[in-house]
Design a protein around this ligand. Sequence first.
Ligand SMILES: [Zn+2]
Ligand SMILES: [Zn+2]
Length: 191
Amino acid sequence: MKTLAQYLDLAAVAHGHICAGQVLGVRLAMMGLRELGIEDPIADRKRIVTYVEIDRCVTDAVALVANCRLGKRALKFRDWGKVAATFCDMQTGRAVRIAAKESAKQSAKEMFPELPKEEGQQKAYAQLPDEVLFSKEWVKVEIPPEDHPGFKGPRVVCAQCGEGINCKREGIQNGRALCRACAGERYYKPL
Ligand SMILES: [Zn+2]
Ligand SMILES: [Zn+2]
């Protein structure tokens, strides 16, 4: 693992700016990997699958440190609006969920009461102990085979729109394989 300072430099580049979310996300992911005993997330990239629970600043930093990318299927998003992530070790089957404590903001404020909020949070999140910032829970994550990064399965063509569907995301309706859009989950409306 790199140092906090090294990760913060990388996070500033990857995310586009340094912010309290980057500091908190780097700390959160470093804690998760440490708990799992993963020393080198680059060398051990096939070992780690990370579930993130928010799509804000903090997520970019978590993905960077855990070395989990959406395009590698190693980053899973659950849109729960929570500053939390679960790190799964595919080698051992162990998983740990790390969540930012609701009191973390207050702890930061108390540490640097004289600083502007953002600056104070950046400094405090870099220094406060893990147990002040985060709660930790060992969990079991059932990752279905089709969600594994290396899943190889047949590609199915949607009976209605004709588009190809990978990773077993089709549904069967009246004996026909349909994509999720044609099955009624469309998030867009054809014009
Ligand atoms: Zn940010
Ligand atoms: Zn379709």
